[in-house]
Design a binder for this molecule. Structure first.
Ligand code: ARG
Length: 459
């Protein structure tokens, strides 16, 4: 039996394998709501322009709502033979309203239809990502505010570098997630042009009004070129790129949480709600959520590469290859939203261990740079010489098994005879962070200014 949609020139139906490789209904049913929204806008426009009678358009628009409620109510019988969501919806519409259903597809094609549906879906995901990022940023701001003054080690090469504040470290992630938010917003602004009415590839001879459908669906304008409109998947790729960068940030933070929650660091305690235990080792409390967030980058980045690879080398306009766009984006979006929500929950719940942070901040000669700076300021040494003298003092302290403030003044004077008592004022970690008052620096005053700017921005 040949196909109801295009059976005219076919004598035989498809082989079972053909049907299996061709069908997308297994996944594109997730576009049902967008498909019906797009078709309802299209039908209304067909009536406005006199292409369809208002009676038929009304029947179509009402019937589509019935189909939607069947799908959302879980009573809709999806058919693989009907290939995709577009044909499943239309076939069911025909069962419900009869002949007028066949008029819906006037002046459009599945090519502009699927591009429109998918854009609407991706646009919703962008809004969800922005909302998820905003919630995460608020959780980070709360942590930063509570510990704006708390001192912790700052690292380079994961070796103690200079003391920083807990608030400063939290605010570093706020900046990263803030840029992620604006990347999603940029992508949204660029993608917000409507493909509907581009038809198969060349436009249509019917006097359709593409501005009307664009407006009805919340787009800024119709896409300007019909060939481009049905061929473009940049919007999905931009979403995946922004998602990849965001997942990379999430993954770095997750890695820090894994390290910080270990018995060796004890910088943070994760809540029971976001930890798991071990079936054999009773003492264990594992940071599984952080580990899974760390791992999610793999599938999100994979989706980006997969779709890039699908699209590269495709001649204009539509090719069936493009049907492979959806699963990648669905999976990446699902996992990004989950990772954002899990990170927000972990950050909200976690407790920073102030004493452990401060103890770690003071170890590892973290104020050596402050000492070198003091030698420059107080004794007028060139920085290179001050660096050398400080290096010798660090070596001496290491030999003695103490930290820099543990050296006596006379021990220091053996290394450089001009060193005076007030050198000790710069060796404490609190002095160190308080002195870093340059714009964007780690001093609590600067951190509070950063927090203030973000609070204003989020309102
Ligand atoms: N299921 C198809 C997709 O997802 C819809 C477009 C089909 N267009 C076509 N010319 N066969 O891409």
């Amino acid at each position: 039996q040949s196909n109801a949609m295009w059976g005219g020139r076919f004598a035989a139906g498809p082989d079972a394998i053909m049907e299996a490789i061709n069908a997308s209904i297994g996944f594109d049913r997730r576009l049902a709501r967008q498909d019906i929204e797009g078709s309802r806008a299209h039908a209304a426009m067909l009536a406005e322009t006199g292409i369809l009678s208002s009676k038929d358009a009304e029947a179509i628009r009402e019937g589509l709502l019935t189909v939607l409620s069947e799908i959302e109510g879980g009573t809709f019988a999806f058919s693989t033979a009907l290939e995709d969501i577009h044909m499943n919806v239309e076939a069911r519409l025909k069962e419900i309203i009869g002949e007028p259903a066949g008029r819906l597809h006037t002046g459009r094609s599945r090519n502009d239809q699927v591009a429109t549906d998918f854009k609407l879906w991706v646009r919703d995901q962008i809004d969800a990502a922005v909302a998820g990022l905003e919630a995460l940023i608020r959780a980070l701001l709360a942590q930063a505010e509570a510990g704006a003054e708390w001192v912790m080690p700052g690292f380079t090469h994961l070796q103690t570098a200079q003391p920083v504040t807990w608030g400063h470290h939290m605010m570093a992630y706020v900046e990263m997630f803030g840029r992620d938010m604006s990347r999603f917003a940029d992508a949204r602004a660029r993608m917000n042009e409507c493909p509907l009415g581009a038809a198969a590839l060349a436009g249509t001879s019917f006097p359709i009004d593409r501005h009307a459908t664009a407006q009805a669906l919340g787009f800024d304008r119709p896409a300007a070129n019909s060939l481009d409109a049905v061929s473009d998947r940049d919007f999905a790729l931009e979403f995946l790129s922004a998602a990849s960068i965001c997942a990379m940030h999430l993954s770095r933070f997750a890695e820090e949480l894994v390290i910080w929650s270990s018995a060796q660091f004890r910088f943070v305690t994760l809540s029971d709600r976001f930890s798991t235990g071990s079936s054999i080792m009773p003492q264990k409390k594992n940071p599984d959520a952080a580990e899974l967030i760390r791992a999610k980058i793999g599938r999100i980045f994979g989706a980006n590469v997969a779709l890039m690879t699908v699209m590269k080398g495709l001649p204009l306009a539509y090719s069936k290859d493009m049907q492979e766009d959806k699963e990648q984006v669905f999976d990446a979006a699902d996992n990004l939203m989950l990772a954002l929500a899990a990170m927000e929950g972990m950050v909200r719940d976690m407790t920073a261990n102030r004493a452990a942070l401060e103890a770690a901040a003071a170890s590892g000669f973290s104020t050596a740079t402050d000492l070198a700076d003091w030698l420059v300021r107080a004794l007028g040494l060139p920085f290179r010489e001050a660096h050398h003298v400080t290096g010798a003092l660090v070596a001496l302290a290491e030999q003695k098994g103490c930290d820099l403030p543990g050296l006596s003044l006379s021990e220091m004077q053996q290394v450089h005879s001009d060193i005076r008592e007030d050198v000790f004022s710069v060796l404490g970690v609190h002095n160190s962070v308080a002195s870093r008052v340059s714009y964007g620096g780690t001093a609590p005053t600067q951190v509070r200014a950063q927090i203030g700017r973000w609070k204003d921005r989020l309102g």
